[in-house]
Structure formats: C-alpha cells, structure tokens
Design a protein around this ligand. Structure first.
Ligand code: SF4
Length: 239
C-alpha cells in the first residue's frame, strides 16, 4: 500500500540499474548482488499474483531499473494483461527512452512512477557528461508520457543543502510539459540511517534527512505553481 499513492499493488523488484544514486537504499539489488537477486520463476509469480488478485489495483514493477529487462518485461506485461486483465504500473528512472517508448507503444502500461532527481549531477551518482545525456533522455521520456496521457506519479526526492529555487523552477518547467497529463507529486525526503542503509553514508550525512518544515515549505511553493495534487511522504504514510 506504499508503492503507488492511494492504491494497492503487487510489487515486483527487478535487479540491475544504470544509475548510481548515492542515496539509493536498494543499492545491493541495483548492483545485482547474488544475496538479493535470483532468476524469477514465472509460474510461481503467477501463482502468487493469483492468490492476491482480489486485493490488487496494480501489478507494480520497480527495481533497480526494470527497463534494463524490457524485452522480458513486455512479454510479462502482455501476458498479465491478456490473461488476467490486470492493470500494470512501472517505476522507472526514465533515462532509457527507447525501451520505454517500445513499452508504451504496446499499450500495456496503465501508470508510471518516476523520480525527478534534481540536481541530477548530485543525485545520479555518474560523471557529468553521462548525467547530462541521461537528463535529456529523462525529459524526452516525460514528453512521451504526456503525449500518451499516461497517469504519472512524479516523486521528488528531497536532499538537504541544495538550491531549492532552482528545484522549483525545474518543477515549473516540468509541470508545463505535463500540463494535459493526469499527474500528482509525492515529496519524498531522502532518509538516512537508521531508517535506510544508503549506498554512500558519507554523502548521506551531508544531504539526507531534511527538516519537515522544508518539506512543508516546498509543498506550498509547488502548490503556488498551480499544481494541486502534492503530497509529502513521511516514512510510510502521506501527509
Ligand atoms: S535510487 Fe533507483 S535509480 Fe537510483 S540507483 Fe537506486 S534503484 Fe537505481
């Protein structure tokens, strides 16, 4: 009940990721460590989904970056939709434009969740040149979502000690791209230990655990942009 706002999901975490976010608390899974990753038994998965089907609003796939396995994922989504008519949601960092485009063209995605990781130079954990390319891919993917009117959960991870005016300006620009889309914003404070075990603890000491007042202030500033649906995530509930 925490992966998609206001919905119950059956959530599948896929291993591997193309980013190296320093705050990532799924980094073992993102790095495909053998103690947390294994081949998925599709028959077992279908059985599990079947046993929970009366409760599920969405089959939600997250990671890691699920679009790294786009071919198998498209096949799985098609099967789940054709056989069971499930609604499907994907949480992606949206930097892999082509796989996302292929998936959307198949008309098998009912809901997308993504992070607005800003500033990307700080949050992607990658060299500057690659970061700039991936940020452009992210913006292109947002346009794709908007063109296809796919409902979007835009999560904004909030670190401490960044330029918040610049963040608000970016949100304003993105809201213009999403103007005709059904989207809502989740303000997601970056949390450090002991609640999470981030990839880079030293980094997290500087940037994690922003004050609640900051989150409320950001929510109000975002609302002033004319965006009505803005929620603050506080641990496992929304305020
Ligand atoms: S936070 Fe998400 S996008 Fe970033 S490294 Fe972790 S799994 Fe990948």
């Amino acid at each position: 009940m925490v992966d998609v706002y206001n919905a119950v999901t059956f959530t599948i975490w896929l291993c591997g990721c193309n980013l190296k976010c320093p705050f990532c608390h799924n980094w073992r899974l993102a790095e495909t460590k053998k103690d947390v990753c294994h081949l998925l038994d599709i028959n077992l998965l279908i059985e599990e989904i079947d046993s929970a089907k009366s409760l599920i609003d969405y089959i939600h796939v997250t990671g890691g970056e699920p679009l790294l396995q786009w071919k198998n994922l498209i096949a799985l989504f098609k099967y789940l939709k054709q056989q069971y008519n499930y609604k499907v949601s994907i949480n992606t960092n949206m930097t892999l434009y082509k796989p996302l485009e292929k998936m959307i063209k198949e008309e098998i995605v009912d809901h997308v969740a993504t992070d607005l990781k800003y500033p990307p130079q700080l949050l992607y954990g990658l060299p500057k040149e690659i970061t700039n390319i991936l940020w452009k891919q992210f913006l292109k993917s947002l346009r794709l979502i908007a063109e296809h009117f796919i409902p979007l959960e835009l999560r904004i991870p909030i670190p401490k000690n960044i330029d918040y005016d610049s963040l608000i300006l970016t949100i304003d620009n993105i809201a213009k791209i999403l103007e005709k889309t059904n989207f809502y914003i989740i303000i997601n404070p970056l949390l450090g230990p002991p609640i999470t075990t981030p990839r880079n603890i030293k980094w997290c000491k500087i940037y994690c655990d922003p004050d609640k007042e900051l989150l409320i202030m950001l929510r109000e500033k975002i609302k002033e942009l004319g965006i009505e649906k803005v929620y603050v995530r506080e641990n496992l509930h929304f305020g």
